[in-house]
Design a binder for this molecule. Structure first.
Ligand code: ADP
Ligand code: MG
Length: 705
């Protein structure tokens, strides 16, 4: 940001009075506080009203943190060695509580005096008939009165290690207070007058002071609003400015005609009528491809909504205009499946399709590389092998990234650099993304949504069972198999303990084999440790209906499409995230039969796991599920967002809660760029300067989406 005294704010934290090299190291490592600015932008996560004092006689067991005012009468040490504890009898005029320390005894005995008046702060617990407060905060009454702190005391998150070195929340607050007393600590306004006036925003100076030292709840609200708005506003301004300049400046390949290939596909090969939503999206894409500008479009659609068909038809338009296209899939299984279905779809049409993955043999690979260079291959399907250095194209015109959240930004960047004039880019999401997140992650992309399912789908029925009810589930599975249906059984795979996971899978497989013995039943198995050839054999066994049950780890999560499979059993469902559960459930319900999703859970499960399971039972709507996921976990933890390179780190705004502020921020940014696209006017210089400061020369992260 733009500061008058920017040298001061950029100073290393060790130069702040009260810090020094040791604490500086700790602050840097544990809290990422390296400069004065980092410290000021280390915002509290909550506030506690310190004007309220309780009496000992008022205490009860469900109280959270409270404060008392009284005196210590007596210290005593109980137990010996490492388990010893120091206690103090602390009285006010209504009774006694016991203060307890498990460590730092010497320090405590030195610091606190008998019969002196202290304010203590902590959480009371009942222990052998008396109230105890473990490791209380203790403060001299006189000190409290002279402290900068206001009645509402900000609480900062600190790690165990920080606490061990007396850098508790209170100590952090003290450092921040010290910083604010430094002469010359001034923050120049970072938003133009027009916005602060229109939005009735606090000045940046006040907001930063009040977020740490509020006088009232209104102060907190106003300070938070100002800081959240600013944070979201600059992200939007950056995205929109980038989008605007790209549309203006980048040429794109012109796909001007619809030709023989698409027409003949449409007339002869299309196996079903397109949904209205598919037609609309294809029109949107066609208009981009024919505009002469580069397309950058995000295609959102729920699992099973038919995104692949849209991709295929876009590639045929490319082929009709003499361009090559590629689809990049997140897993080999999925790439192979795309390859098979695309090959089938384009039978009899003049378009050569090739498959390139990590396990493509050297000779085949050489042949493909040649075909890509001389242009005989028009459609290339693969995994990230597609973006390796030596893969070169004659004229790559369209890149489709399927289920993109599996690909990191860096991988996408490589793809981007494949040709001088950038190819058109279509990003297809695996599952819907909440609007706020889409607006922030892909705010510079145009968005198409397939909001309609192919006709004749019955919503999947979802149920949950505990391990104790397994026999019942097996019975249900047998009846389904008798009716000619096929069943997936999926086990979680958690990278941290591969060996454990395979044990789960193997144990599960064993009990499955006992319940469904050959020759009556055939079970196929797919997991990540198999060679791709074995995987393919197993998949085919199931695809052709020779196996009734497929036992798998999450390799089948994305995209696998076998319409006759109508039951999805998910083992240890509590270990999966919501979007993963939704993805898995999307594997069934693709044919005309009623489909089922059975969530197996252990008897004990966390409240959060229960909420996930209940959400799954309550709704089939991927957009709703994505919103629930965002609310429950926040964007940082959403599946895929980390890999997808959420290159910004929101310090105060929360995409799960601050959707309205985001909308305001986006509208203001649009208005400003509408008036002054280059931010050239004098009144907008502060915006330019702040953008540069925040995002620097670095391109916007979405430049490479
Ligand atoms: P996703 O959007 O999850 O990638 P797919 O593209 O795999 O979904 O499509 C799911 C299934 O629906 C496929 O079997 C596909 O052939 C079929 N499908 C796609 N569009 C239609 C349509 N308009 N009518 C009927 N079936 C369709
Ligand atoms: Mg798909």
């Amino acid at each position: 940001m733009l500061f008058l005294m920017s040298e001061l704010l950029d100073s290393e934290i060790k130069f702040l009075p009260g810090v020094g090299p040791k604490r500086a190291e700790l602050l840097g490592e544990e809290a990422d506080i390296r400069t004065f600015r980092d410290l000021i932008y280390y915002f509290p996560y909550k506030y506690i009203d310190k004007t309220r004092f309780y009496k000992v006689s008022e205490l009860d067991t469900d109280m959270q943190y409270i404060q008392l005012r009284g005196k210590i009468r007596r210290f005593s040490t109980e137990g010996g060695g490492r388990g010893s504890r120091l206690t103090a009898d602390y009285y006010d005029d209504t009774g006694m509580v016991r203060l307890v320390w498990f460590k730092g005894h010497k320090w405590v005995l030195n610091a606190y005096k008998i019969e002196k008046e202290y304010i203590i702060y902590g959480k009371p617990t009942l222990f052998s008939g008396a109230f105890n407060i473990v490791h209380p905060e203790v403060e001299e009454v006189e000190k409290r009165e002279s402290r900068v702190a206001s009645a509402l005391e900000a609480q900062y998150s600190t790690t165990e290690k920080m606490k061990d070195h007396f850098l508790q929340s209170k100590a952090v607050a003290k450092l921040i207070a010290t910083a604010f007393t430094l002469p010359g600590l001034r923050f120049a306004e970072t938003l133009p007058d027009s916005i602060t006036r229109q939005m009735k925003l606090m000045s940046i100076q006040d907001a930063l002071l009040r977020i740490h030292f509020p006088d009232s709840n209104t102060d907190i609200e106003n300070a938070r609003f100002r800081l959240k708005f600013e944070e979201l506003f600059y992200i939007q301004l950056n995205l929109l400015r980038y989008k605007g300049s790209r549309t203006k400046n980048t040429r794109g390949f012109l796909f001007s005609v619809v030709g023989e290939r698409l027409n003949s596909f449409y007339a002869n090969n299309l196996p079903f009528a397109l949904t209205e939503a598919q037609k609309r999206v294809i029109r949107e894409i066609r208009s981009d491809l024919g505009s002469g500008h580069q397309m950058n479009r995000l295609l959102q659609g729920d699992v099973g909504s038919g995104k692949t068909m849209v991709a295929l038809m876009s590639m045929l338009i490319g082929a009709d205009n003499g361009f090559q296209s590629c689809i990049m899939a997140p897993t080999e299984v999925l790439a192979i499946q795309h390859y098979n279905s695309v090959s089938r779809f384009v039978e009899g049409i003049d378009a050569e399709v090739a498959l390139l993955t990590g396990s493509t043999k050297r000779r085949e690979r050489a042949r493909i590389e040649q075909g890509l260079l001389d242009g005989t291959i028009t459609i290339l399907i693969g995994t990230h092998a597609l973006i390796e250095e030596n893969v070169r194209y004659k004229n790559l015109g369209l890149v489709i990234i399927d289920e993109q959240h599996r690909f990191g930004v860096a991988q996408r960047a490589k793809l981007w650099q494949k040709s001088d004039c950038p190819p058109h880019v279509l990003v297809m999401t695996a599952t819907p993304i909440p609007r706020t997140l889409a607006m922030t992650l892909y705010g510079d992309l145009d968005v198409s949504v397939i909001d309609e399912m192919p006709p004749g789908r019955k919503p999947v029925k979802t149920m949950s069972f505990t391990d104790a009810e397994r026999e019942k589930v097996f019975g249900f599975m047998r009846r389904q198999i008798e009716d000619g249906r096929q069943i997936y059984v999926v086990y979680p795979l958690i990278r941290e303990s591969e060996s454990l996971d395979y044990k789960d899978l193997e144990d599960g497989l064993e009990s499955m084999a006992r319940a469904f013995p050959p020759p009556q039943y055939c079970i196929s198995v797919v997991h990540g440790r198999m060679t791709s050839k074995d995987k393919e054999i197993s998949m085919n066994l199931f695809r052709r209906g020779q196996a009734q049950i497929m036992v798998a780890t999450t390799v089948i999560e994305v995209g696998v499409d076998i319409p006759n499979a109508s039951v999805m059993v998910i083992e240890s469902a509590e270990r999966f995230g919501l979007s993963q559960l939704h993805q898995l459930r999307g594997r069934v319900g693709r044919g005309a039969d009623q489909s089922y999703c059975i969530l197996m859970t252990s008897h004990k499960r966390s409240a959060e796991a229960s909420e996930r399971i209940n959400t799954m039972i309550a709704t089939n709507d991927g957009f709703e599920i994505a919103e629930a996921d965002l609310r429950m976990r926040g964007p940082g933890d959403l599946e895929g967002t980390q890999q997808s390179g959420m290159a910004f780190d929101l310090k105060i705004a929360d995409l799960g809660r601050d959707g309205q502020i985001l909308n305001l921020a986006r509208s203001r940014a649009e208005e400003i760029l509408g008036d002054d696209p280059e931010l050239a006017r004098p009144v907008n210089q502060v915006l330019r300067a702040t953008l540069r400061k925040l995002f620097g020369k670095k391109c916007s992260w979405s430049e490479i989406s």
